[in-house]
Design a protein around this ligand. Structure first.
Ligand code: PLP
Ligand code: COI
Length: 371
């Protein structure tokens, strides 16, 4: 079959994209069927983006190609030493049909910080943003329009050089794929339960906890399986056996009786963009926000005395979800707190209102991707 390769004019980022349309792209009917019930991370769009990097040539050969398997040498460094980083952000369809994303410059900066920590090259911010626009230009039809649905964008960077010595790879690939998304948790926005892992830790001082790198997630899988076995949705990790860190894939915020929001400060957790946004919106409403070390005992004692009335989890995938219960080996915290759940849901409503264009974007967080 002849390859229908189109070379575009250079973009403002200075990239000349080679675009190969997918000859086996899904029909509109097939796509609509997927978009009607997308789930999370199960279906992928028709195309993907990639850019190569080599020590000698820098960033080169930006492409948009049909979505499909990647050919890798079995000695590719990522398969052996896990030299990899990724991001997660979403594209939202507004009522007028336009497509927007939320704070992408924060994701662009974070993937650079993650790359630095994992000795990977830093993708220039304008290449990152350009890659989002290129994918939306071919796969914009995959951004769903039903309430609370979006197109989850997954940029990632990995070591593809084939060698078995342990050193930073001299050949790296950047990819962007996309997956239509509904609610992350099966229960939608119903309160979730959390298992407190005291056997395993996620990160340590000077480690990779603040980087969004695959190894952090790989090491969370065993404790996450224990959480499922205990009937819980997510796992909470502690630092030094006592300070709250974060969940396997989300940050955590506690709600005090007086409306103060408390969230762990640590250099070993992922600095969530959702958490920062939620705390900004809460401050706008007059809530006090404390970003500091928080012990599990403070939560336990606060819940018992009534000083802490609830908690919620937040992240791109989960948005904002109330935590109804924390289960540990030898104790349990249950939050019936309607006020805290109501606050979580009203902050969620405001945040998603901005993301979907229903609420004024007063902080300038949105970027249009389809124009
Ligand atoms: N913490 C972890 C471990 C995560 O995987 C995520 C999700 O990306 C977050 C926190 C929340 O980050 P963000 O709100 O930027 O998605
Ligand atoms: C995200 O929220 O983007 C994440 O990467 C977390 C994961 C649970 C999907």
């Amino acid at each position: 079959m002849a390859i229908d390769l189109q070379l575009q004019a250079p973009t403002t980022a200075g990239l000349t994209w080679a675009v190969t349309p997918n000859p086996e792209a899904k029909s509109e009917a097939e796509r609509d069927e997927i978009l009607a019930a997308p789930g999370f991370g199960k279906h992928f769009t028709d195309h993907m983006v990639d850019i190569c990097w080599s020590e000698k040539g820098g960033w080169h050969r930006p492409r948009v190609s049909p979505y499909g398997p990647i050919q890798l040498d079995p000695a590719a460094a990522v398969l052996h030493y896990g030299q990899e980083v990724f991001e997660g952000l979403k594209a939202y369809r507004h009522a007028d049909g336009s497509i927007w994303t939320f704070r992408p410059y924060e994701n662009a900066a974070r993937i650079q910080r993650s790359a630095y920590r994992m000795a990977l090259p830093e993708l220039p911010v304008d290449y990152f943003i350009d890659s989002l626009r290129q994918l939306i230009a071919v796969d914009g039809g995959w951004v769903p329009s039903a309430p609370e649905t979006s197109l989850y964008l997954r940029p990632f960077l990995f070591a593809k050089e084939a060698f078995l010595g342990v050193r930073p790879a001299a050949k790296v690939a950047y990819y962007l794929i996309a997956s239509p998304a509904g609610a992350y948790f099966h229960g939608g926005i119903a309160p979730v339960s959390i298992w407190l892992s005291t056997t395993w830790s996620r990160a340590g001082k000077g480690g990779t906890g603040a980087a969004k790198t695959g190894g952090n997630y790989a090491s969370s899988l065993l404790p996450q399986s224990e959480a499922y076995a205990k009937g819980c949705d997510q796992v909470l990790f502690l630092d030094e056996g006592k300070y709250l860190e974060e969940l396997g894939g989300m940050n955590v915020i506690l709600v005090k009786k007086d409306g103060t929001l408390v969230t762990p400060e640590s250099d070993s957790i992922l600095e969530g963009i959702t958490r920062d946004s939620i705390l900004t919106l809460a401050k706008d409403r007059g809530h006090d926000v404390e970003h500091r070390k928080v012990t599990i005992d403070e939560w336990r004692e606060g819940a018992a005395s009534g000083d802490i009335v609830g908690a919620f989890a937040c992240g791109t995938a989960a948005v904002v979800t109330p935590i109804g219960r924390l289960l540990a080996e030898d104790f349990e915290i249950v939050h019936h707190g309607d006020a805290a759940a109501e606050l979580a849901l009203s902050l969620r409503e405001e945040l998603t209102g901005i993301q979907y264009g229903r609420v004024e974007d007063r902080h300038g967080w949105l970027l249009r991707l389809d124009a």
